[in-house]
Design a protein around this ligand. Structure first.
Ligand SMILES: [Zn+2]
Length: 463
């Protein structure tokens, strides 16, 4: 072999190795991010869950939990399908438009206090079953009566009995059409809700004369044995199979509208269960195969989002129309923060030197949006003229060190005008934010601190 050829091959080999090395080097630790502005992405859901928690922190636990399911028998659908002689399932665009319009109407009714009086806050998420129609889960905070675990409030808004058909025939017809569970249990063991010989939704319930709460705070709704029944599939169904509802809401919106009293924080997690369980998926492989080795190096959130994702026609239409899958009120303002000289593009040191108004001296950074509005154009805070907003600090993992400590301090320190003032406790300026936290008694000693951090980290990873 000629010397020059060998040299050429060696050079090619080196070049190849270098190229491979470059590829490997560039892929290690690479992250492809799907930003939180992308509707339905993991970061979007995580941020909305955090916003929901901020509302909880401010108003306490929600009072009412409501689910509304799109009803294919709505007159708007019926008129259209009869005229066009088609099935409504074949026109997901029409279904989405109508459901969205109904939801908008319902939202304005709720905000005006039509059904439950004035509300202090509310939120909903839209979900799509694999083949089914869209439905919305909604949480409501009652104004004035919030966080009262009272039988009167439950009885005022929620009913779990069949209405008397002689007095309320229209309501009786709607309840028997939309608000009956099953039948299941001994009457019909083949019902899809039956798991291991029992109804997974705990139907039939017991007859009880009075509404009460069990030891865990869950309501047991009044279901009297009054002899009112409805015959479904040759079975007489009584109050034990009625799904809790609100009569006014049901009469106006005529759909499956389940209303429950909640007063628990775990409903927030239910609302955002997507975060834990992820979207619906199907097992399928088209083209490119999933390489485990590769995925351990490159975290590609866009790929993860698409990976075997199942999109129903309804969900596709909902997204094409750019309808929101989450809504809440009042607004929550996300507040960013950073360590000295580590600022991001938008915010700079001026954020922290925000307390120049006399009113601001008594506020923490988180309380600021209640009294002031951030003007992104002039990049300054101005006294709020109207409205109301809840502030929430961006998440910082306990492993983030000083960033985690500055977050703790921003929650409690009032009237801060500089980084120095954030780490000043009782007129003593500490060298680090951790030391300032320690001086405030947040970290009792190193051992306790380590276990506390572990605990927080576990909660954070579970959330
Ligand atoms: Zn059942």
């Amino acid at each position: 072999m000629k010397q020059s050829t060998i040299r050429g091959e060696v050079l090619q080999g080196i070049e190849k190795a270098m190229r491979r090395g470059d590829d490997e080097a560039s892929s290690i630790g690479t992250r492809v991010i799907l930003p939180s502005s992308f509707t339905g992405g993991r970061r979007y859901m995580f941020n909305h869950c955090q916003d929901a928690m901020a509302i909880c922190k401010h108003f306490g636990y929600p009072d009412l939990f409501r689910t509304i399911t799109c009803n294919p028998n709505w007159p708007e659908f019926q008129r259209f399908t009869e005229r066009e002689r088609i099935f409504i399932a074949d026109r997901p665009d029409i279904s989405c438009c109508v459901f969205h319009a109904k939801l908008k109407c319902l939202l304005s009714d709720l905000k005006e206090g039509v059904f439950f009086g004035p509300l202090s806050a509310g939120m909903y998420t839209i979900e799509f079953q694999k083949r089914g129609l869209p439905h919305a889960h909604m949480l409501l905070w009652l104004n004035g009566k919030s966080n009262l675990q009272s039988v009167e409030i439950v009885d005022e808004f929620i009913c779990a009995e069949l209405p008397n058909p002689l007095k309320f025939l229209a309501l009786y017809n709607i309840v028997t059409k939309y608000m009956i569970h099953g039948p299941c249990g001994r009457i019909r063991p083949s019902s899809p809700c039956m798991k291991d010989g029992k109804c997974s939704k705990f139907y039939p319930k017991r007859f009880v004369d009075q509404t009460s709460f069990d030891e865990d705070g869950y309501p047991i709704y009044r279901r009297r044995n009054m002899g009112v029944t409805v015959n479904i599939n040759d079975v007489d169904i009584d109050n034990r199979f009625v799904v809790p509802y609100n009569p006014l809401l049901l009469m106006k919106y005529q759909a499956h509208i389940n209303l429950e009293f909640c007063n628990k924080s775990n409903v927030i997690k239910y609302l955002f269960k997507y975060i834990n369980k992820g979207p619906d998926r199907v097992t399928a492989t088209v083209g490119e195969t999933y390489n485990v080795g590769e995925s351990s190096q490159v975290v590609d959130e866009i790929k993860q989002y698409y990976d075997c994702r199942y999109l129903s026609p309804f969900e596709s239409m909902w997204r094409i129309f750019a309808y929101d899958i989450h809504h809440r009120w009042p607004s929550v303002q996300r507040l960013t923060f950073h360590l000295p000289n580590q600022q991001h593009v938008v915010f700079d040191d001026a954020d922290i030197t925000l307390m120049r108004f006399p009113d601001g001296q008594s506020l923490t950074y988180m309380e600021y949006p209640k009294k002031f509005v951030y003007c992104s154009n002039s990049r300054e805070w101005k006294p709020r003229q109207r409205g109301f907003s809840i502030g929430r600090l961006s998440f910082a993992h306990p492993a983030a060190g000083e960033l985690f400590y500055i977050r703790i301090l921003l929650n409690v320190q009032r009237g801060c005008t500089s980084f120095r003032s954030i780490r000043t406790v009782n007129s003593v300026t500490y060298g680090t934010f951790q030391e300032a936290c320690s001086a405030m008694g947040f970290l009792i000693d190193d051992k306790e601190y380590v276990s506390a951090i572990k605990e927080v980290a576990e909660i954070a990873s579970a959330a």
